[in-house]
Design a protein around this ligand. Structure first.
Ligand code: MRU
Length: 377
């Protein structure tokens, strides 16, 4: 997608230097466009943990390239040992989004299959690139399959805009391109369907207010930022036609884990009969888990993300404390919306109900491989 008229993806490498990854440092958005260069495993782990980059598909791809970087710097260590260590280190950075485990495991498997150290490095690079391409294409298809859902609502609204509420940032900046929740929105906007997006600010890190609003604005999509608690009121008054969110891990029975606060939007949507969709690539489905509330590990982040808000003061990006110095805070990063509150899942293979039978009909019992290899969990 574009920033200031220039096409960007969120993570890339130039042919001139295949030892350095470039990423958009999202901590500076929407105030500044900062491109960070990463050339070490530690650098990539820091970028994922400290959220220079974020969003389930993107951290998966970043983790995959982290495995490649680990092999590049492993001259002192056997490549398989370096890969094993790197796998553990990367997976420990963020526990909730299953894309990270999926992508890292995929690269680890090709490293093990390759023979010489040079072949292992090449295999890791090709697999990371394949995963990146796979996720771009997945998001494009999510847009294609989600578009008719918006078209159908637009058909009933006789030219009035379709109001879509979204939470957090499940846009192209959380992926590589297009986004998950935003892909159908961009497709509808580009097809000339009038859409308007209610953007939940998404405390504590404000991914909605800062990142979703930024990317929708860059693409010219009408949107309004709302305080997190506003959605229920809007739904009660017929001001939301549908909700589309992303997901960090969806279980085989369709429980959707996403940014903290998603569950409350799903409850409000159910009470007001507003359709609630989760848009996700198959790399986000965890076929090993069924009951999301019991089984999905919920990341706990630093309480300072609750105590402080980041913003722009004159020309400086700065953190401002908003709680008393003596107060404690707790920071659960994700919650689980049970399948019964989810109208449907928008995936790269089509739209299905959030239930095990329909998910299996689309995907079998595991996520399709990124590069034609099989047998990778
Ligand atoms: O903590 P974050 O910002 O990485 O959380 C991201 C989300 O919750 C997104 O909604 C989710 O990853 C879906 S991204 C396409």
């Amino acid at each position: 997608m574009n920033i200031n008229g220039t096409h960007y993806t969120t993570i890339w490498m130039t042919h001139a230097n295949e030892k350095v990854l470039k990423i958009i440092d999202q901590r500076d958005l929407p105030f500044r466009l900062t491109i960070e260069e990463i050339s070490t495993l530690d650098g990539m782990c820091t970028a994922i943990r400290d959220m220079h980059l974020r969003g389930a598909p993107l951290i998966g791809v970043a983790g995959a390239f982290g495995m490649y970087l680990a092999l590049l710097e492993s001259s002192e260590m056997a490549p398989d040992t370096a890969a094993e260590n790197a796998k553990k280190k990367i997976i420990a950075t963020r526990p909730t989004a299953v894309n990270l485990v999926w992508a890292v495991q995929r690269v680890f498997s090709v490293i093990q299959l390759a023979k010489s150290p040079a072949e292992k490095i090449q295999a890791a690079l090709s697999e990371a690139n394949a995963i990146r391409e796979f996720e771009i294409e997945n998001c494009r298809k999510i847009g294609e399959f989600g578009l008719p859902l918006i078209e159908k609502i637009a058909g009933k609204k006789k030219g009035a805009p379709v109001h879509i509420l979204t939470h957090c940032n499940a846009g192209w900046l959380a992926c590589i391109d297009y986004g998950t929740a935003t892909a159908p929105i961009y497709a509808a906007h580009d097809a000339g369907i009038p859409v308007h997006v209610w953007v939940d600010e998404t405390r504590p890190r404000n991914q909605g207010a800062r990142i979703t609003a930024f990317e929708l604005g860059e693409h010219g999509v009408p949107h309004t930022v709302i305080a997190d608690n506003t959605g229920g009121h809007l739904m009660q008054h017929g001001m939301v036609d549908m909700v589309i969110v992303g997901s960090d891990r969806t279980t085989r029975r369709g429980d959707v884990c996403n940014k903290i606060g998603t569950y409350l939007k799903a409850l409000a949507a159910a009470d007001s009969n507003v359709p609630f969709y989760a848009a996700l690539p198959s790399s986000t489905i965890d076929f090993s888990m069924s009951d999301g509330i019991k089984e999905i590990p919920i990341e706990m982040r630093d309480e300072n993300e609750v105590h402080y808000v980041t913003g722009m003061s004159v020309e400086t990006i700065t953190d401002v404390r908003i709680t008393p110095k003596t107060s404690k805070a707790v920071n659960y990063a994700f919650d689980v919306t049970p399948a019964r509150l989810v109208t449907g899942l928008i995936t790269e293979r089509g739209v299905c109900r959030a239930d095990e039978t329909e998910i299996n009909t689309l995907f079998g019992k595991k996520c399709p491989p990124a590069s034609g290899m099989s047998g990778v969990p």
